[in-house]
Design a protein around this ligand. Sequence first.
Ligand code: NI
Length: 190
Amino acid sequence: MKFENYRPEGEKLPIFTYPDQVLSVVAAPVTDFNRGLEQLVRNMLFTMYHAPGIGLAAPQVGVSQRIFVLDVDYDREVVTNAEGRDEVRMSNFNPMVLINPVISGTSGTTTFEEGCLSVPGVYEEVKRYKSIHVKYQDLTGAELELTAEDLLAICIQHENDHLDGVVFIERLSNLKKNFYKKKILKEKGR
Ligand code: NI
C-alpha cells in the first residue's frame, strides 16, 4: 500500500450534494496514473477524514472518474486541549483507494443504516451484499483484488454506486425515495 505512516494532509475539496448533476453521471475510467491522480486521491482522503466520513467517491468532489477512497478503521475523538478548546484527534488510519473497481463476485445479503456526505441528514437502512470480491487498480495502475465483508463490503458497494451515478436514496423503496427527493428539492428551493 502507498500510504504507510499516513497523515491526513492536503486540501479540503468542496463536496457536491444531491441533486447536483455530477452525482448522476456514469464516471469515466482512469487512464493516466500520474502525479495529478495521486494529489487528487490525497485531497479526497483529507476531505473524507475532515468531513468526517468513511468513504468518498470522486464524483462527490466534482470529478467524474472511477475512483473512491475509504477507511472503515480509523478512530476519531473530540478532546479538550490544554487551552480549553475542543480538538479533533484522529488515529489508526487505514486509507484505501480503489481505482476502476469492478465487483466480480457477491454473496449473502445484509442491511445497514447508511448515510452519505452528498445527502446530508438522511440515514436509512439499505440492503447490500454481505460479501463481495472486487478487482481494482491502485495509484500505480497495478491490478489488485480483494474480498470484503460486512462494513467494508457495504462501504465499497455504496462508493461504487457513486461511480455509476447512483446515490443511496435511490436504493430505498419508492415511497421513501420519493419522500426524500421531494424533501431535498423543497429544502434547496428547486
Ligand atoms: Ni455516498
